[in-house]
Design a binder for this molecule. Structure first.
Ligand code: ADP
Ligand code: MG
Length: 314
């Protein structure tokens, strides 16, 4: 860190704050953080690395980058039904640019404060823009939402809306600035912690949507040794996605586009669809079946969704 503030200046100025969590015994500033896990709960741990130009467009506002790198980790905990607690942050920066750091930290802290996350440590180095967040949280072990519990007859739900982030990215890649509401879905995903916790004891399986509904539901199907049919007409396609594109393309974005950070979960057939307050609307989009594979019902029949997208048959 030759230019701008020093490594320790950066840590002091942007990433060291008094913690509001009393389970943080020692935060930023020593060789390790010391934290006190609650008795009787499992520790849920996740780590994600975001590479500029690969996991977010190079020109993304630094505030949005700060939000998103933490949001993707919080989303993983949501998908387990866990509550977030402690984060560590590894920052590789090409240069120590105070305005960039200020905005990045503001985005990170806004989300951390809202979800009760304490930043307890990290690492700061010079290099290409690569950001790794590790997040720890808690869940009673028996109530953790795993991927492998879906059974034939279970219905499949998703929170929120789909395809908005993918449409925004597609527009950006075509040199077009997306409408603000679409752009927000790409830059500022909202992790669904309230939904994950509310689904403890209800959902048989859950996953968060980072790679796209078809791929991520595919992980549930594989772990559960099952298949599914989803109904294209029931997909909650985000507002603005359909503007100027064919319906089939909108459905493809909802199924194949990534970065939604909604939850996909399954519930047993007897469930009456009344969820405690999950903090977000949910949509029933299909059903788990015995026959392996992912099928999509559209107006023109049933199509298999394969690795490369649509694989029409019958
Ligand atoms: P060490 O060399 O002992 O690993 P460092 O000099 O890398 O420690 O970091 C000093 C302190 O600052 C440590 O407590 C570390 O966890 C913390 N830290 C370093 N970078 C960050 C960061 N980007 N965000 C939060 N804490 C950080
Ligand atoms: Mg040390």
């Amino acid at each position: 860190m030759a230019s701008g503030p020093s490594e320790f200046g950066i840590i002091e100025q942007y990433f060291r704050r008094p913690t509001v969590r009393d389970d943080v015994l020692l935060g930023v500033g020593d060789d390790c953080a010391l934290v006190q896990p609650p008795p009787g709960q499992a520790l849920a741990m996740t780590i994600d690395t975001s590479v500029a130009g690969r996991h977010f467009p190079e020109q993304t506002a630094p505030r949005a980058i700060g939000h998103k790198v933490l949001a993707v980790s919080i989303s993983d905990l949501a998908a387990m039904g866990a509550e977030p607690a402690w984060a560590t942050l590894s920052l590789s920066l090409p240069e120590a640019e105070p305005r960039w750091l200020e905005a990045f930290a503001a985005g990170l802290w806004e989300l951390a404060d809202r979800f009760g996350v304490a930043l307890v440590g990290g690492d700061t180095v010079r290099g290409p823009l690569v950001i790794t967040t590790q997040l720890h949280g808690f869940v009673p072990e028996a109530l953790a939402l795993r991927r492998g519990g879906a059974r034939p007859g279970d219905r499949i739900f998703v929170t929120g809306t789909l395809g908005g982030a993918a449409r925004a990215l597609e527009l950006l890649q075509g040199g077009i600035e997306p409408a603000a509401a679409l752009r927000r879905q790409l830059d500022l995903p909202e992790p669904r912690i309230e939904a994950g916790v509310g689904l403890r004891g209800i959902a048989t399986a859950a996953i968060d949507l980072s790679d796209g509904l078809a791929a991520d539901l595919g992980h549930i199907l594989k772990a559960s040794a099952a298949g599914a049919t989803i109904d294209a007409a029931q997909l909650p396609i985000a507002e603005g996605v359909r503007n100027g594109i064919a319906e089939e393309h909108a459905v493809e974005l909802a199924l194949g586009g990534g970065d939604d950070y909604e939850l996909c979960f399954t519930v047993p057939p007897g469930w009456d669809d009344t969820f405690a307050d999950l903090g977000v609307p949910v949509s029933c989009i299909g059903v788990i079946e015995q026959e392996p594979g992912l099928r999509v019902r559209t107006a023109s029949g049933i199509a298999e969704w394969g690795r490369g997208g649509w694989d029409h048959f019958g």
